[in-house]
Design a protein. Structure first.
Length: 344
């Protein structure tokens, strides 16, 4: 088609200029963005910089059969912002590197960046540079995120103590269930390309999978409440895995209660349709990008009525281990059964 521009037609530097023309800078700490050998940033005195990097690889993290490029661009930014949020920091800048297959057009890259720009506007983040290269396999997106936090206010995974309340934002399992819907419809389409996907019944779980949001809103609200978590992590690999990460880093155990785990009604309906245990979906599904954090027992009154925070249990002495407590009161040891990159 005449409206599709092959990447080789404008070259790497033409592509960079084209991207540069669409990027607007908003952060006062951004002195120089895209276009030089490096970006120049000037954080204010009394602040620390936090840095995190995430890779999204075609065939591992996403499937372009059912993942729109605009949504993928948004998600790529959101998952990086989520890591900054998990440090109790405010995201400020991103560096984006792309490894692009030859089948990609200029317009496809622009659609990807359109989603990135929308996410950057939502989280008030600047794209300040990056790199592009050819890929002989699939699309690879590598983003390095930078953020700022007041000196002494960063929250690590290692700060929890026995009796701290264990809390999670939002609800769990939706992203995993959205993936089940997409995989089923992909299989139906592969069996019969004339089949139209049945997706209209699943807007909630599809959004959770394709276009998740980082919970910067909760970070700001906790500050307003005067609550500083003692430990925190984002839920990317499944709740069970993340609870175990906090326990290992903090030298504690944990008790989480199955009846307290939050799941949205649309997610519950999909779990029932697929004959999946909702508890399993919440514990091991992953990609929810909610925040899991601990707070001192003294902060209970400040968070107990928050509509988007659920107290799911508490930390205990390391000798007690990390357990799920069933409705019958039976302890079941938590195991990390979410996605593992090197088990496949």
């Amino acid at each position: 088609m005449s409206d599709i521009t092959p990447l080789h037609q404008i070259g790497e530097f033409g592509l960079i200029r084209r991207i540069q023309d669409t990027i607007q800078l908003h952060q006062p700490s951004t002195v120089l963005g895209i276009g030089d050998d490096a970006a120049v940033l000037a954080p204010s005195a009394g602040h620390h910089i936090v840095v995190s990097t995430d890779l999204l690889v075609e065939g591992v993290h996403f499937d372009l059969t059912f993942c729109p490029l605009k949504h993928l661009g948004y998600k790529a930014v959101a998952v990086n912002v989520s890591d900054i949020a998990a440090m109790n920091a405010t995201p400020t800048q991103l560096v984006v590197a792309l490894s692009l297959p030859g089948r990609f057009s200029v317009e496809a890259v622009e659609e990807l960046y359109q989603g990135m720009r929308l996410a950057c506007e939502a989280y008030n983040v600047d794209i300040v540079g990056g790199d592009t290269t050819n890929s002989r396999a699939g699309l690879v997106i590598s983003i390095t995120a930078l953020g700022q936090v007041e000196a002494g206010q960063a929250v690590h995974r290692s700060g929890a103590g026995p009796n701290d309340l264990l809390c999670v934002t939002g609800d769990l399992g939706g992203a995993f269930l959205g993936l089940q819907v997409l995989e089923r419809e992909k299989q139906a389409w592969q069996a019969d390309p004339d089949t139209q996907p049945e997706l209209s019944k699943y807007p909630y779980v599809l959004q959770r999978q394709l276009r998740p949001e980082a919970r910067m809103d909760i970070i700001h609200e906790l500050r307003e409440l005067g609550v500083r978590p003692t430990s925190m992590i984002d839920v990317s690999d499944g709740l069970a895995s993340e609870v175990l990460h906090l326990c290992q880093a903090s030298g504690t155990g944990a008790r989480i209660f199955s009846e307290n785990l939050p799941i949205a009604n649309p997610s519950l309906e999909v779990a029932n349709e697929f004959n999946l245990d909702p508890i399993m979906c919440m514990l091991n599904g992953g990609e929810d990008y909610e925040l899991l954090f601990t707070v001192p027992l003294a902060d209970h009154a400040r968070i107990k009525n928050h509509p988007d925070i659920t107290i799911i249990g508490h930390m205990v002495d390391q000798s007690e281990g990390a357990n799920l407590i069933t409705k019958a009161g039976q302890p079941v040891p938590l195991r990390a059964q979410g996605f593992s990159h090197f088990d496949h």
